[in-house]
Design a protein around this ligand. Structure first.
Ligand code: NAI
Length: 257
């Protein structure tokens, strides 16, 4: 609740599926009004239906986070409906894996394409920049805001076949630390969550052998669930988390890849 006893307003990008879906539901359950942004419009609408059926308040919108104009228009729609924006969860993300250079029998047989590299950077890095730049003027005017962005454990340790994704997620760590310095004076905190292996559509193409090895390397002995990350977002977004700024919170069951 704000000082005027209005509910806090949270935007969740990529809120239609996986971690974003669990996050939208969790924030609504905690009393936030939620704007569910996703490229997958129907998925976003289904999440909103689930929230409203449970007595919560939410709106859905098709937003491609890689397009600045979509983010600006999305912010205008949230302001029109709710009049303020307290929390931005920069959760939307994609993967397009491939080795930098793939070699077979001493011959180069493939490589990560420039398009493959750019696509992931556009969503996972520029998307976070676009959404944050679109909401920050409102947060400055309010003298209050919580920006929580999604990095990954791979940003901290690297990962085979993910030059593009690791570059983007490491960039999210860097931007978070810049924003913590630039925006703290306005009552705005910027933090990131670095999820480990979380069982969502994003990781369903992982071969069984690799999946089992990932679990084996996770001290708590299980894959993470979307709700594990949603809880971390909720904690960092809380009014009372005001002294946590520029932090990168690993939520990975203790795994180190
Ligand atoms: P997911 O694939 O289940 O959901 C991602 C959502 O983002 C989808 O609803 C998709 O439609 C949406 N999306 C994709 N491109 C978009 C765009 N341009 N604009 C708006 N929405 C877009 O993925 P998951 O696993 O829920 O991932 C959520 C975040 O967590 C991502 O940033 C991902 O990189 C990160 N993450 C996930 C991990 C995992 O093991 N699942 C591990 C570390 C980080």
């Amino acid at each position: 609740m704000t000082s005027t006893n209005q509910p806090r307003i949270a935007i969740v990008t990529g809120g239609g599926n996986g971690i974003g879906r669990a996050t939208a539901l969790k924030f609504a359950e905690a009393g936030y009004a939620v704007a569910v942004w996703d490229l997958a419009e129907q998925a976003a609408e289904e999440v909103v239906s689930a929230i409203t059926a449970a007595g919560g308040v939410a709106i859905a919108r098709k937003v491609d986070v890689s397009k600045p104009e979509d983010c600006v228009a999305g912010v205008a729609a949230v302001l029109e409906r709710f009049g303020r924006i307290d929390v931005l969860i920069n959760n939307a993300g994609v993967v397009r894996d491939g080795q930098l250079v793939k070699v077979k029998d001493g011959q180069v047989v493939g490589q990560m394409s420039a398009d493959q590299f750019q696509f992931v950077l556009d969503v996972c890095l520029k998307g976070v920049f676009n959404c944050t730049q679109a909401v920050v003027p409102t947060m400055i005017a309010q003298k209050y805001g919580r920006i929580v962005s999604t990095s990954s454990v791979v940003a901290l340790y690297g990962n085979f076949g993910q030059t593009n994704y690791v570059a983007a997620k490491a960039g999210v760590v860097g931007m978070t630390r810049v924003w913590a310095r630039e925006l703290g004076r306005y009552g705005i905190t910027a933090n990131a969550v670095a999820p480990g292996f979380i069982a969502t559509d994003m990781v369903k193409s992982i071969p069984e052998k690799v999946y089992n090895a990932l679990i084996e390397h996770t001290p708590v002995g299980r894959a993470g669930q979307p709700d594990d990350i949603a809880r971390a977002y909720l904690f960092l977004a809380d009014d009372k988390s005001s002294f946590i700024n520029g932090a990168i919170l690993s939520v990975d069951g203790g795994s180190v890849i």
